[in-house]
Ligand binder design. Sequence first.
Ligand SMILES: Nc1ncnc2c1ncn2[C@@H]1O[C@H](COP(=O)(O)OP(=O)(O)OP(=O)(O)O)[C@@H](O)[C@H]1O
Ligand SMILES: [Mg+2]
Length: 264
Amino acid sequence: MSTSTLNAGDVMLKLLNVESAYGPIRAIRGVSLQVRKGEISTVLGSNGAGKSTILKTISGIIDPRKGSIEFNGADITARDPAVIVQAGLSHVPEGREVFPLLSVRDNLMMGAYTRKDRDGVARDVETVFGYFPILRERATQDAGLLSGGQQQMLAISRALMAAPQLILLDEPSLGLSPKLTKEIFEIVVRINRERGTTILLVEQNANMALNASDYGYVLENGRIVMEDRCDVLREKDDIKEFYLGMKEEGVRGERRWKKKKNWR
Ligand SMILES: Nc1ncnc2c1ncn2[C@@H]1O[C@H](COP(=O)(O)OP(=O)(O)OP(=O)(O)O)[C@@H](O)[C@H]1O
Ligand SMILES: [Mg+2]
C-alpha cells in the first residue's frame, strides 16, 4: 500500500455533494469523495446503503439531481456512459452482467470495442488470461455456462480490455465463497500494483475491502459517515464492531454471504 504524501494533483476522481434518486427515493445524499491516482479506494456499506447508486452515477447510468463529478480534472457529471468509458473509466456492475450467449473471448472483445490498437488488444487478452487462466481454457465457451466466480473474473477482465485508468468495481464478493472472494481480491490488488490501474471498490465485505484498499469511506443511508486511510479505519472501534464483527467463517458472516442475492 502506498503511503506517500499526496497532493491535490493526484486526485483522479472527485465527487462533490452528489445526490441521486429513484423517483421519490433519495438513494445518496450529499456524497463527496475522492479517489487518488494509483490507489484502491473503497466505499463500505450494508444492503441498500447506496453503494451501487454511487457507481451508477459516476459511470453515467443515472444522472445526479445535485452535485458534480470530475474525472482527471474534467467535468463528467451526467455525461453519456459511452463518453465516460472512452475517457478511461470502466464499470464492473453488481451481478457481473456478462453477455451469456457470447463466448468468453467475444465478451472480452466487447470490452475493447472502442480501441483501435489491435496489437494492444491482443496483448491485453493475454494479460487477462494470465490473471485468470480458467478464462483461456473456456475462451470459446458461452459465458452463460461459467460459474458465478468465473463470470466475476470475466466481468473484471472485460473492464480491463478497455484499458481503463479507473475501474469501478461493484461488490466483487457478491455470492462467492470466502475462498473465491480472496482469490478475486488478490488479483484486483495485482491489477492495481502491476498495471497501475486506479480502483474504486464498493463492498459489504469490509474485512476484504479494508485489507485490499488504501483509503475508505463508510456509507450509511446514502451518506458518508466516516472516512480515513484503511489502516486507520481497521483500528476504529465502531468499524470493528459493526463491520468487522462478522468474521468470515463465523455464524453471522456465513449467513451474510449466503443470504446474498445472485447466489451461485
Ligand atoms: N431501480 C431502483 N428503483 C427504486 N429504488 C432503488 C432502485 N435501485 C436502488 N434503489 C434504492 O436505492 C437505495 C440504494 O440502493 P443501492 O442499490 O445503491 O444500494 P447498495 O448499497 O448497492 O445495496 P446492496 O448492497 O444491496 O447492493 C435503496 O434504498 C434501494 O432500495
Ligand atoms: Mg449494490
